[in-house]
Ligand binder design. Structure first.
Ligand code: GLU
Length: 293
């Protein structure tokens, strides 16, 4: 029997708040219930926003909460070679294409279409306009010439080609908190030709998370509902890269009194602020519905 492997994977671009605490505690609780392992992964591919100070604070705050995890901790910034290799696989199979559109080009193209049609251009689940496809069908000669001149702004998944190549009807297994499993069909096309690699960061959240979950042999991905739609893209990438698909549980998000997501909220307190106010880890756990003291 394989041992269940869970992970908590924060990005060190700020201090942890109650939403992170809930996710980490839930992973720990489920890992314990199934006699599984708990890993911590630092998702620090965005070197412009991530800071060492926050990496140290993550370990400190989680330890304060009473959590323990295995060593060594995987840091994404140390594994760009892994993501590059996965990207190479996608490129060789023709599942990605270089995109030479800048952010401004994209905004202009979308605005033009919206003015022409009088309707809003389609958005992806994160609310960003879908890529209008400008670079998808450039002739091979032109692409070679442009690649010789400069690095593309991004490499995008060719969603139509990817869906054609993906085996059968894609789905993943969703589990609820009682361990009940349901098959969840996916609809990755709603992401359009999503970015897989950027010029400034030679990977993306989607590519790195899929590679890391496979490298770390994660069997159970437990994360917030805000990432539920992204799972569709992850399952597609797993199929294209011949990687296993873990089980997924997307938990409800902890919201502040105003009903806003904590990560975006101006009112939410970080764990260290709560600690400084004299709140105990047991109180934090209880307030989040974890009854162990
Ligand atoms: N790094 C992501 C975040 O902090 C979580 C990624 C994941 O759990 O897949 O929101």
């Amino acid at each position: 029997m394989t041992i269940p492997v869970f992970r908590f994977a924060p990005s060190p671009n700020g201090y942890l708040h109650l939403g992170h605490a809930y996710s980490a505690l839930l992973n720990a609780k489920l890992a314990e219930r199934l006699s599984g392992r708990l890993l911590l992964r630092i998702e620090d591919i965005d070197v412009t926003r991530c800071r060492e100070e926050f990496v140290a604070a993550i370990a400190e705050d989680l330890t304060w909460l009473g959590l323990r995890w295995e060593q060594p901790v995987r840091r994404q910034s140390e594994h760009f070679d892994n993501y590059h290799a996965a990207f190479g696989g996608l490129r060789r199979k023709g599942f990605v294409y270089p995109c030479f559109c800048s952010r401004k080009d994209l905004a202009d193209a979308v605005r033009l279409r919206e003015t022409k049609t009088g309707t809003q251009w389609r958005r992806d689940p994160d609310g960003a306009p879908l890529y209008p496809g400008t670079c998808r069908h450039r002739p091979a000669g032109e692409v070679a010439m442009r690649l010789g001149r400069s690095e593309p702004h991004t490499w995008r998944i060719d969603m139509a080609a990817a869906l054609l190549a993906a085996p059968g009807a894609l789905a993943y297994t969703r589990i609820d908190l009682e361990g009940e499993a349901t098959l969840q069909p996916i609809a990755p096309a709603r992401w359009g030709d999503a970015v897989v690699v950027r010029r400034e960061i030679p990977t993306s959240y989607h590519l790195s998370v899929v590679v890391d979950d496979a490298v770390q042999e994660i069997t159970h991905v437990v994360r917030g509902q805000d990432l539920e739609a992204a799972t569709d893209l992850h399952v597609l990438l797993q199929a294209l890269l011949a990687l296993p698909t873990p089980l997924y549980h997307h938990h409800a998000l902890i919201r502040d009194e105003q009903g806003d997501k904590l990560a975006k909220s101006r009112f939410s307190k970080t764990l260290r602020e709560l600690r400084e106010q004299g709140i105990s880890p047991a109180e934090v756990r209880r307030s989040l519905g974890f009854n162990r003291t």
